[in-house]
Design a protein around this ligand. Sequence first.
Ligand code: UGA
Length: 430
Amino acid sequence: MDISIIGSGHVGLVTGAALAHRGHRLLCVDSDLKKIQGLREGKLPFFEPGLDALVHAGCRSDRLSFGTSAAEAVAFGRVVFICVPTPATPEGGADLAFVDAVARDIARSLTDYRLVVEKSTVPVNTGERLRATLSEFAPPEAEVDLASNPEFLREGAAVEDALRPDRVVIGVSNARSERLLREIYAPFDAPLVVTDIRSAELIKHASNSFLALKISYINAVGEICERAGASVMDVARGMGLDPRIGHAFLRAGIGYGGSCFPKDVAAFNAIARDLGYDFGLLREVERINREARDRFVAKVAAELRGCEGRVIAALGLTFKPNTDDLRESVSVTVARRLEALGASLRTYDPRANGHVRTLLPGATVCSTAYEAARGAECALILTEWDEFRRLDFDRLRSVMAHPLIIDGRNLLEPEQIRARGFTYRSVGRP
Ligand code: UGA
């Protein structure tokens, strides 16, 4: 099928490349001309494992191409996906300005039938709003259906998630939209959840908020473990074996970040408030998440007996491993806080160093973990990059001024690290 995607960021580009890989013909458009020019030359705008190969294969097979306007998208695809950002408003709600603008552009370009699909993360009832915009701005001869198809891609594993989704949610209001979306996802062999549009919109916010809740829950349990002299790793393992609970998202640490969870929990809270329901549980999720980073900063300050003038190596700055994304990264927040307390930071991240200079202008940006650790009184693990497990810890210790590791992600094995002569602290472990 001929499909268009408006917005070629993480969601749009990965979805487009995956749909092309499964045999559809895709046009991905974006208003950022530089990004589209780069894509046409084979340059990806961000790092995502496996995406370059998928995009290049799509372009070679002529099933994936790029454009710059909604008009091109409407002319090309019988189905048009909206994948533009929905940033947070100052009040914590979702800012729908980009979505609204795209809906108007689509409407003005319509000449005959199109199915418009919202894939951006939007509050419940956005479908109604888009339908109203489309009918207000579309010419009388146009015919348009609207559907919701939320995405569940994880950065760092997005290609795998897009090619082999654990479920595909489609919210539709008629059989014609359902038939088109079923046809699009037929080659994916994934369970299809077909609902009305509002339920599909809610599935996305309810899922992300629930995952954030799991993280805050285990972080609170971690705090209890630390006070009681127990290990949160063991507690999580014991809990996770119950299939009703599961192991996923029970990793205690410095809290969740990224461009999705913080924004989506706040937005779901705002949606509930607008609907007259006080979702206090979600505010607790946010509070515990803030507390996790506060406690970690306090732990570092306590171990070092104050941060003023201390040299600290910050290892890992992206909001999670296998991405170059620094948006809402807790690792960066922690690093900034320590700087504000007077520490002198030496940072290393396997992917994000280019952007670090803007976010942490006072830090010394290093190209290896060993360089970052040189002269440091303490090394912090802030993002759980796999390469930090495999460091040569004898070498690391030999360059440090003081052999102290504080692990914000419980990445390392305490006994092994202590056997190498380090003082080792982590989160929720005795
Ligand atoms: C999240 C969801 O997992 C995806 O399903 C969803 O599609 C996406 O948001 C989105 O809305 O677009 P993502 O933000 O890429 O994906 O990252 P996650 O893997 O969910 O991690 C989010 C944060 O939680 C990271 O900072 C991570 O370090 C933290 N985390 C995760 C923990 O602290 N503990 C855990 O056990 C798991």
